[in-house]
Ligand binder design. Structure first.
Ligand SMILES: *[C@@H]1O[C@H](CO)[C@@H](O)[C@H](O)[C@H]1NC(C)=O
Ligand SMILES: *[C@@H]1O[C@H](CO)[C@@H](O)[C@H](O)[C@H]1NC(C)=O
Ligand SMILES: *[C@@H]1O[C@H](CO)[C@@H](O)[C@H](O)[C@H]1NC(C)=O
Length: 238
């Protein structure tokens, strides 16, 4: 009996041991989902401030454009209080498949949406939505069940507060979803600054949506094109 229990315990630990396998995003294998980034739902987001969050959801949508990823837009009951997608997002993707759901909370429950995702022929999904705990998490869990490798953009998903976001991200991670920052997603899609898209395309994109990195690059450009060394500065590097 003890031996059986030991064996059972050992077997129960196996998934943990093998959970170390972590696929990397491959721009040739990935599709992008924009889930319920609707103007009404936007008002529910309290864990990221509105200025930053608007930046983050538009940046998420533009990832599809920058890396040429098949992109699917979806909304939930958009003629009701949830409202439409912001024009900044629909303007970026005039030709993307756009599935307007009339009731399904989990986008995966909608047949047209499932068919659109499958029609991309991609094995990896990058997604973000409002709210993190419902629209992002429900869909991410269904995609894992379907065998996709799933990457949730934490900066472009929002909800009522940080505790709820943390709970939702833990739930997704527990199911095998990788929860990443926008910066990590950009760098993993690009892989190498010498690729295409690489520095030439990605730096202007970062300057627009991730000013910390954009200004770093601007500072270096300014120093290189017209910088002077101040007294005392020259010896700082040792
Ligand atoms: C959308 O499709 C039209 C017609 O094929 C094309 O002219 C346009 O460049 C496309 N726009 C984008 C952003 O892909
Ligand atoms: C997906 O694969 C199927 C079967 O190989 C093919 O007919 C279809 O054109 C592919 N679709 C895309 C978007 O690549
Ligand atoms: C370079 O710096 C000098 C001194 O600040 C300034 O007068 C000049 O306009 C700058 N030139 C360029 C190309 O920015």
């Amino acid at each position: 009996m003890l031996a059986f229990k030991t064996l059972a315990l050992a077997l129960s630990l196996l998934p943990g041991i093998f959970a170390a396998s972590a696929p990397r995003i491959d721009k040739d294998k990935a599709a992008l989902l924009v889930v319920d980034h609707q103007v009404g739902l936007f008002e529910l987001v309290q864990d990221i401030n509105p200025v930053e969050f608007r930046n983050n959801i538009v940046a998420h949508a533009e990832l599809g454009f920058l890396f040429n990823l098949p992109t699917i837009l979806t909304t939930s009951a958009e003629t009701g209080p949830n409202g439409p997608l912001p024009k900044e997002i629909t303007r970026l993707h005039p030709n993307a498949t756009f599935v307007r759901r009339n009731g399904e909370v989990n986008a995966w429950s909608n047949e047209e949406f499932r068919a659109a995702v499958k029609a991309t022929n991609k094995s990896q999904i990058i997604l973000a939505g409002i709210t993190t705990d419902v629209c992002t998490a429900f869909l991410a869990l269904s995609l894992i069940d379907e065998g996709y490798e799933v990457f949730a953009n934490a900066d472009a998903s929002g909800t009522f507060n940080k505790a709820i976001a943390d709970g939702a991200n833990d739930r997704m991670r527990g199911a095998g979803v990788q929860v990443l920052s926008f910066w990590a997603i950009v760098c993993e899609l690009m892989r190498d600054w010498r690729n295409t898209p690489g520095a030439a395309e990605v730096l202007p994109f970062l300057d627009k949506y991730l000013p910390a990195y954009g200004y770093l690059a601007r500072g270096h450009a300014a120093a290189t094109t017209n910088g002077t060394i101040l007294p005392g500065q020259g010896s700082l590097n040792g």
